[in-house]
Design a protein around this ligand. Sequence first.
Ligand SMILES: [Zn+2]
Ligand SMILES: [Zn+2]
Length: 273
Amino acid sequence: MKRFFPDCHTHTRHSKDSQATMRQYCERALEMGIDYLAFTDHIDLDPADFSFGYYNFENARREFEETRDEFGGRLEIAFGVEVSCQSSLAEEARREIEGRPYDIVIGSVHILDGLGGDISSRENTPRMFKEYGAEAIYRKYLDEVEASIEQGLYDVIGHIGILKRHGTPYLGNLDLAKFDDRIERIAEKLAKADVALEVNSSGLRQPPAQPYPDIEFVKRFIHYGGAKITVCSDAHVPENLGRGVPEALEMLKDIGVNEVTVFKNRTPRQEAI
Ligand SMILES: [Zn+2]
Ligand SMILES: [Zn+2]
């Protein structure tokens, strides 16, 4: 039997860093045998963010409804967002989410307040590490991830560990073991909050060569009773749709995970893998 194939996090032209239409993704999804596809465009709340104010809910929703009319019988598609969460902007995040018909809301840490901006950006990350040092960056990143769980606004916490994308060379000099307790606490908090953990396969095609977060973190999450895991490519172009997802599913199977999670109307559903 064919294994369930989800992609719970993708970007379209409603994100400033993508040109793709929802239709292009759906066509690609059908070719690939994807079963569930969530569009999760960026909502950026910080005026310092390069795509601040770019997202337009009405336009995204209209395109989603047209796409659903066309592909609905052949493919399950979901309407979501990826909110850039910052502890200083929790109220702004709440206003963006409340009362809107999202299927899935991902909270992801991108911006580190007071440490020079976006930790997932090719241009910015090296500058941040050089200016503030790996220890301060890592500590602040973990603080923000923990805060994003505590906010209680999100169905899923996105790409934990994304700072490794462009920060791997800088983190290499840091004794990461001294953060083990923090990592453990985050895994426990996430599991007990009953929030889904995203396993983002984009890291497999980037320097860490591991998903975000790595499988060790997933094991800790499961150890504390975490049961909801979403899997995604974080594609910004249709060519990357589903990329790395089969490998990530295999890695999960290897550690004993037999189900992954998808969301509809912000309600989780487990699917066997
Ligand atoms: Zn992100
Ligand atoms: Zn994303």
